[in-house]
Write a protein that binds this ligand. Structure first.
Ligand SMILES: N[C@@H](CCC(=O)N[C@@H](CS)C(=O)NCC(=O)O)C(=O)O
Length: 213
């Protein structure tokens, strides 16, 4: 049995859930109470992930962390979404690394501060993050001009990775990417139409929380 550890607000967990569903794989979820600091406890880090992060995937006795590693593992195991050639596989990994550094990390931080942080966001920090986001979304938008998916003509691990946070309500981040980056908006709609897609709040465990700020 496959177990996916995570929580509803975690787009990094959703990347994996979406791909598992697209692969038609059954899995169970295990709620991790990130909002109350569980991933920061020595107990959780000792027992589950020394890096203090979800998602964590258990596939039988194998435990994996880092969404990019998990997506790559699942793609190899099932022979899907990895890319059709060596060039495509390297290209998919290139976008995965870009995502982890430049898109998901900034978007997740921006949304967390805007919606779920313990105190009101600092405008200077938000302005800096928004500049980083504008740059990253601009790069993806240009890349998607004239291409259906990020790599080749088929969905790949790159699509699951970069889109993970983009299916949550816009009001959580306040970052209206579909209006400002129409190619990204149209690509997200194409992904939403793939078999297996479902709303993160129906797929992942934990309570939905109204944006705080
Ligand atoms: N690069 C990691 C990022 C994972 C990550 O940042 N997860 C968040 C939740 S979405 C987390 O567990 N953060 C814990 C913390 O920062 O304390 C991945 O792709 O899996």
């Amino acid at each position: 049995m496959i177990t996916l550890h995570g929580f509803a607000q975690s787009g990094n967990t959703f990347k994996v859930a979406f791909m598992l569903r697209a692969l038609g794989q059954r899995f169970e979820t295990r709620f991790v109470d990130f909002m109350h600091g569980v991933t920061r406890t020595p107990e959780w880090r000792g027992a589950t992930n020394e890096m203090g992060e979800v998602p964590v995937l258990d596939d039988g006795t194998r435990r994996l962390t880092q969404s990019g590693v998990i997506l790559t593992y699942l793609a190899g195991k099932h022979g899907r979404f990895l890319g059709a050639s060596d060039d495509e596989r390297f290209e998919a990994l290139r976008w995965l690394f870009f995502d982890n550094h430049k898109l998901t990390s900034y978007f997740a931080s921006y949304r967390f501060m805007k919606a779920f942080g313990p105190t009101a966001p600092d405008p200077a920090v938000m302005a800096w993050l928004k500049g980083r986001l504008d740059n990253a979304f601009g790069i993806v938008d240009r890349h998607l001009q004239g291409s259906t998916f990020l790599v080749g003509n088929q969905p790949s691990i790159a699509d699951f990775s970069l889109s993970g946070y983009l299916f949550y309500p816009i009001e959580e981040s306040g970052y209206d990417f579909p209006s400002r980056f129409p190619q990204v908006g149209a690509w997200v709609e194409r992904l939403r139409a793939l078999p297996g897609w479902a709303d993160p709040y129906t797929v992942l465990p934990g309570e939905r929380i109204a944006p705080k700020w």
